[in-house]
Write a protein that binds this ligand. Structure first.
Ligand code: FES
Length: 290
């Protein structure tokens, strides 16, 4: 383990709002998992106990203490997906990949896991492969999904790809549309947001294709830092009562139609996002405003 790499990551993120979480997120993105040696060095360099570092590393599902395969398949077994047949889909992935949940194939191509909720309950059964969402999955689609992952999703055309779908979002405070037709990402209008972090301000744009993680920004925000996200029109911070299931940071909320809300993680670079179709948007807003 290269001590200098870890030292650089620690120095870069030690004083950020995310602290240890930002450090571990960066290490995981560099190595694909959290090597034991790296955790020991983080403990030493941040004057923390190894137990504390392990507690964080094992609490969040986004972190892995074991090397993962090239592709990560996550099958949701949360209640909404469960009642729509998710256990059969998990069994089919397990059978076709030849591994159980928590394992990696011998050729290191695939890791497979079952999770409790992927934030798209109304579209279940839901499966995520390499951060690409598949909705209404059936056992008949499993083979195709595995083949797609092997080929590489970057070869698909997002405009004609049915595994992801377009969303339209508005500011929950002033109700102004956040869609930017002038600036396309993935061949569709992007979602435009204002952001700031440690005195730096900028615009961030997200893909409006749910499940795509394409983004664009003119702000120089360090990856792993928690940023404040605002409506670019009324300048109000976007409120959310949810915590990112990937990294534990606060999320920012937008409305997506009358009865749905779209939440994104406020940690720059984190892929956590969720579409909550079951929530009553107006009720949640009233509660949040007290
Ligand atoms: S229960 Fe499966 S996405 Fe929520």
């Amino acid at each position: 383990m290269d001590e200098q790499i870890i030292e650089k990551v620690v120095i870069e993120h030690r004083d950020s709002l995310g602290g240890i979480l930002s450090i571990l997120t960066e290490i995981q993105s560099k190595f694909g998992y959290l090597p034991q040696d790296a955790l020991r060095q983080v403990a030493k360099k941040t004057d923390s106990s190894l137990t504390d570092i392990y507690a964080v590393a094992t609490f969040y599902k986004a972190f892995s203490l074991k090397p993962r395969g090239k592709h990560l398949v996550s099958v949701c077994l949360g209640t909404a997906c469960h009642v729509r047949g998710a256990p059969k889909i998990a069994d089919e992935f397990s059978r076709q990949l030849g591994i159980k949940s928590g394992e990696t194939t011998r050729d290191k191509e695939f890791s497979f896991e079952t999770v409790n909720c992927l934030g798209a309950c109304a579209l279940g059964p839901t499966v995520v492969v390499d951060n690409h969402y598949f909705s209404h999955v059936t056992t008949a689609k499993v083979q195709h999904i595995i083949e797609q992952a092997r080929k590489g999703f970057q070869q698909s055309d997002p405009r004609t790809d049915h595994r992801i779908f377009k969303i339209q979002v508005n500011c929950p405070v002033c109700n102004h549309t956040l869609m930017d037709n002038e600036h396309e990402i993935d061949g569709a209008a992007s979602i435009k947001l204002a952001a700031s972090s440690s005195g730096k301000k900028g615009t961030i744009r997200l893909s409006s294709l749910y499940g795509s993680s394409s983004t664009d920004s003119d702000g120089d925000f360090p990856k792993g830092n928690v940023i404040s996200i605002f409506c670019p029109y009324c300048r109000e911070e976007l409120p959310s009562e949810l915590i990112c299931p990937e990294c534990g940071a606060n999320m920012a909320m937008m409305t997506a139609g009358k009865y749905a809300t779209f939440h994104i993680c406020s940690r720059y670079g984190c892929l956590g996002h969720m579409l909550d179709i079951t929530s009553q948007t107006q009720d949640s807003l009233k509660e949040m405003k007290g």
